[in-house]
Unconditional design. Structure first.
Length: 579
């Protein structure tokens, strides 16, 4: 890189006015709004933009594939409430990043995908430009908002619109289309500076109406068997004390959705995690707090929810359109969670009557029984390791290191880890989210380490790991405190399927047996460990977490131990023709 790049194009002569250009305006616009980290992959036309951003004090983290840079940006957004930034080249780089943008939008994580694009005139006449694609049109249906910036003087406004669109209301992904020509456009530095803005109050409080709050509290008061479901929207809102006050004041048992685990500790007296089936079935009034009644909750109906008509829902959410999306919401409370809960807690006063002890006793007795059963299984030191014994070791480590961030993906590896590993602090668990998507692992691990500086433990199915595995080079390059544990059961769900034809191709779910994933980490200078026992696994993870050195532990798991699709095997269509 040439040194001139570090200088602004404003080295004016006596007669000339100082100039700025599209590159610098974009950097200045982002920095002015405290967006100082970019996750991306360089190339035409954004290579110099990345260099200049770094030269001007931004943190620019390059990945090996845009999808993982995008997943990192999304998780940065989730953890910080500021839009994470992902930077890509045109057409193919843009498309690689688009999966992450779409996933972020689905999960309500704020991020901005900034992609370079080809010349409008050529794209629109479809004359075959380098990496030609009408990116704006393609992005639009897959994100919350999409904008194109054609003139350097509009960069400030475009960045402001992108930030607001990403974080206000229901958060989501925003696309900014940046044609190559934009970067080289110049204007006077003074006019450039005047064109930039710092967004005032990007996610304004949205207060609920009093009527909606009173309706919700009346319904909650009338409940005999109430339940609170905490979702990742409540974790995102970062009003942890208020959530605690509301739950404790109400005295209602709570069930955390996967990424809301730890918002209140899993060992909290009111936790109903280990009595999930019972509380879903038996409850009469359910408070949804930043959680949606989507497939993860069987859409709020069906067998798992007990008798039809046996439930009434209170839903607290920033998006009014979420109400009645699957079942009737008797008491919608629309607003941001912090505003809603502060009004609700005020209105509950100091004399709120907690639920009848009959309900609480039934829930907690069931929970305690299930917890005791689980403790026995995770205490076992099996050989080979199964999910329970390996996760039992990791559970102890996370209990002893409550600040560590757990990243988790896979099928069995995900489902068992979710129920076995207790979380005790908010926003410490990052996983496959609303889509159940594989491939978030290494991107999420990078962002978690970069944004928080805390140690990260990524618990990965061997298939799940493969989707983003090359990013361990990124982890080594930036020397991030990430410990990856690959649950190696030789395949997807199990390693035991056979090809019924006798052909030498293995079954579609099976991988190379006994793959040495730990050698991949060694290839990039990290620590690689092969672990066949619980003790070896514990020792290696503890060492990694103490040293902060990039580490990959290949944990050998009984290839018979898993089940098809983990806990969601029921979603698989089955052929009725047995051949
Ligand atoms: P989970 O997967 O944990 O059930 P979802 O992603 O389905 O959670 O739901 C999160 C919900 O939280 C979304 O409906 C979203 O609109 C809402 N939400 C996000 N941020 C806020 C906020 N600050 N205040 C209120 N609701 C929010
Ligand atoms: N592709 C994407 C992007 N997301 C997906 N969810 C899938 C494919 C399908 N899929 C799952 O839902 S889980 C999974 C796949 C491929 C991998 C499960 O295998 P694993 O975990 O090795 O990660 P276990 O422990 O062997 O079950
Ligand atoms: Mg596997």
């Amino acid at each position: 890189m040439s040194v001139e790049l570090q200088e602004r194009p404003d080295s004016k002569t006596e007669t000339e006015e100082a100039l700025t250009d599209g590159f610098h305006l974009l950097i200045d616009a982002l920095k002015k709004n405290d967006l100082n980290t970019i996750y991306g992959v360089p190339g035409i036309p954004i290579t110099d933009f990345g260099r200049l951003a770094q030269a001007n004090g931004m943190r620019v983290l390059s990945f090996r594939h845009e999808q993982h840079a995008g997943n990192a940006a999304a998780i940065a957004g989730y953890l910080t409430k500021k839009p994470g930034l992902c930077l890509t080249v045109s057409a193919p780089g843009f498309l690689n990043g688009l999966t992450a943008l779409s996933n972020a939008t689905t999960n309500c994580f704020p991020m901005i995908l900034l992609s370079g694009s080809s010349e409008r005139e050529i794209v629109d006449l479809q004359q075959g430009d380098y990496e030609e694609m009408d990116q704006l049109a393609i992005a639009k249906p897959l994100c919350k908002a999409a904008f194109r910036v054609l003139h350097a003087e509009d960069i400030g406004i475009a960045v402001a619109r992108a930030i607001r669109a990403a974080v206000s209301g229901r958060p989501g992904g925003v696309y900014l289309d940046l044609p190559a020509k934009l970067f080289g456009q110049t204007m006077t530095a003074a006019a450039g500076e005047a064109s930039l803005l710092k967004v005032v109050d990007p996610a304004p409080a949205q207060l609920p109406s009093n009527d909606s709050v009173m309706r919700a509290l009346d319904l909650l008061k009338s409940a005999k068997k109430p339940l609170i479901i905490l979702g990742k929207g409540a974790a995102y809102a970062q009003c942890d004390e208020l959530v605690k006050t509301f739950v404790e004041k109400s005295g209602v048992p709570f069930l955390p959705m996967s990424m809301a685990k730890g918002l209140l500790p899993d060992n909290h007296a009111q936790s109903a995690s280990a009595a999930r089936s019972l509380v879903l079935k038996e409850s009469d009034v359910v408070v949804m707090l930043g959680a949606r009644l989507n497939w993860l909750l069987s859409h709020g109906k069906g067998k798992s929810w007990g008798e039809p008509g046996s439930k009434k829902f209170i839903q607290i959410d920033i998006d009014p359109r979420e109400m009645d999306s699957n079942v009737e919401i008797a008491a919608p409370v629309v607003g941001d969670i912090e505003s809603c809960l502060s009004v609700m807690c005020d209105q509950m006063g100091t004399t709120w009557t907690t639920p009848a002890s009959e309900w609480l006793n039934a829930v907690y007795a069931k929970r305690d029984g299930n917890v005791a059963k689980m403790s026995q299984r995770v205490g076992a030191d099996t050989s080979p390791m199964d999910y329970h014994s390996a996760l039992g070791a990791l559970r102890e480590i996370i209990a002893a290191r409550p600040d560590a961030i757990l990243v988790n993906e896979g099928a069995n590896t995900l489902d068992f880890a979710r129920s076995i590993i207790n979380m005790s602090k908010p926003r410490k668990r990052i996983d496959v989210g609303t889509w159940g998507i594989m491939g978030i692992g290494m991107g999420a691990a990078v962002a978690a380490a970069v944004e928080t500086g805390l140690p990260v433990l990524a618990v990965e199915g061997d298939s799940a790991f493969g989707f983003s595995g090359m990013e361990i080079e990124t982890i080594c390059r930036y020397n991030l405190p990430v410990c990856v544990v690959v649950f190696n059961n030789n395949g997807i769900y199990r390693g035991t399927d056979v090809n019924p034809t006798g052909h030498s191709d293995v079954a579609p779910t099976v991988f190379v047996k006994d793959s040495r994933y730990e050698l991949m980490m060694q290839a990039f200078g990290g620590v690689g460990v092969y672990a066949t026992s619980r003790d070896q696994l514990s020792k290696a993870v503890n060492e990694a977490m103490d040293s902060g050195k990039p580490t990959l532990i290949n944990a050998i798991i009984d290839e018979n131990a898993g089940t098809e699709s983990g806990r969601i095997g029921n979603l698989n269509p089955q052929s009725v023709v047995k051949k």
